[in-house]
Design a protein around this ligand. Sequence first.
Ligand code: SF4
Ligand SMILES: [Zn+2]
Length: 451
Amino acid sequence: MIDTHTHLDFSQFDSDRDDVIKQSRRNGLKFMVNIGVDLATSKASIELAEKYKFIYATVGYHPHDSKDLTDSILAEIKEMAKHPKVVAIGEIGLDFYRNISPQDIQKEAFIKQLDLADELNLPVVLHIRQALDEAYEILSRRKNRRGILHAFPGDEPYAADGIKMGYHIAFGGPITYPKSKGARVAGSVPSSRIVTETDCPYLPPQKYRGKRNQPDYIRYVIDKLTEVFPKYSYDDIERITELNAGQVFKMPVEDDPRVVYRIGDSLYINLTMRCTNNCYFCPKNRGYHVAGHNLLLNREPGEDEIIQGIAEHKDFKEIVFCGLGEPTLRADLILSLADKLKSYKVPLRLNTNGQGSLINKTDLPAKLAGIIDMVSVSLNAENSSKYAEISIPQFGQSSYTEVIKFAGRCKELGLETQFSVVEIPEIEVEECRKVAEGAGIPLRVRKYVAI
Ligand code: SF4
Ligand SMILES: [Zn+2]
């Protein structure tokens, strides 16, 4: 787990700072990012980052203190920002709730520091309170839009706009409060854009309300996020939020390519990167990650490696042939593996683009029947011309009819079959539903996140 927002230099930690840091490490914190709010705290953040390998720092001027940000201080901030452990400019932004600095001066300081982040190619940590419209107006005009909306104060539409602009959203202790809207808002955000934070010593989780917050209480935030995203386990949320924070701040998080990977109770086998389609929304065109797993293969895995990879996992409830490419390009391997995986006594699922019969020049569903239990077929579009446009199939526009035929044949042969579509703007989901209904096959609609 990673705490993307700590104030460990604050006086609340004066009596036991090192103990808190060590305890947080013992309890599983991989990294912490200590946030500067003015010159002194930016310096103190760098000092902590120099002392502890797993602590990184940000430097910047909080909106409250904007009135004190002179050009010479900004120049000092710029020098500090070149330190190798400084990963962002922040926290910067607008706070029109407390208005400790005049609003026009806050805006000026905000823009100057955004310029600095651009110049140094650093992300930003944003503190915005009762000023989302004004802050978004400024941010939407920027080219470099990498960073974190910290202690996110908005509702779902603001979260969606923040995501669209390119930002990640940090959730912390408040999502555990019974009356907070935070959990609901978190549920509207794609998990690939969520990071965890404490803002310690402030904003403790419900269990410690009224007490001092500390970095290892991130675990309560992760716990809450598993309720928000029931398909994910604690390990999943931990891995996803670590990867997200690592990507934003360029911190060295574990990111090895996976052949066998787990999400929730399902074990997935990443068989190939090849596909007979080239959909723009494919994870391989969008960073190679699925649920925090890196699926970028530099070679196709062999049977022994896969069997060994599966043996490293326990208590999974299904095995899925999936990955970044089209598994039926390796149909022989699927059939051979399926036979050997029977001993696990769990259902076997195939996620496919439905072109397996075209690819293998055979009635593939007939071979899968009795071996594979479930098939999920990507329908991708409501008609063949749309399909050709968005999936660019190697087999041409007629592939669409073949996909529907493939799914129908699977159903006919007794395989539990479903269609899936990704909710991209180009397609009409209701029309897709009609196509699926026409084939008597249920449709699963998956969310799409524009990068
Ligand atoms: S069919 Fe699936 S694997 Fe193939 S390109 Fe499209 S999204 Fe990627
Ligand atoms: Zn803060």
